[in-house]
Design a protein around this ligand. Sequence first.
Ligand SMILES: [Zn+2]
Length: 107
Amino acid sequence: MAAWVKGFDYRGKPDDIARYDARTCPPTRASGTALAAAAARSTKTRRCSDCGANLQRTPITPQGEGEDRSLRLCPACLLIMRLRAAQAALAGERENGRHQSVQTCHS
Ligand SMILES: [Zn+2]
């Protein structure tokens, strides 16, 4: 970061804005094709194993009890998976005639 500049945010309110020096991150000489090939060779996968979304951040490995740790999920698919598990648990309780609280879906 090179400097801070006083300016305005998207609401028009005063804000301090960071300015960066482009020379500290020189552009690469690699072509777009070369960068795409390097990304394809990368062993790090950032693709959600459920919906196939390409993620900017590392996919989440479910760590909860009974969850499949081989999955690499985006946050939405992780939440959907946990909602479905909660639904199944509630359905099971209804069939058994019991009414108990269910754990929340938040990690
Ligand atoms: Zn997903």
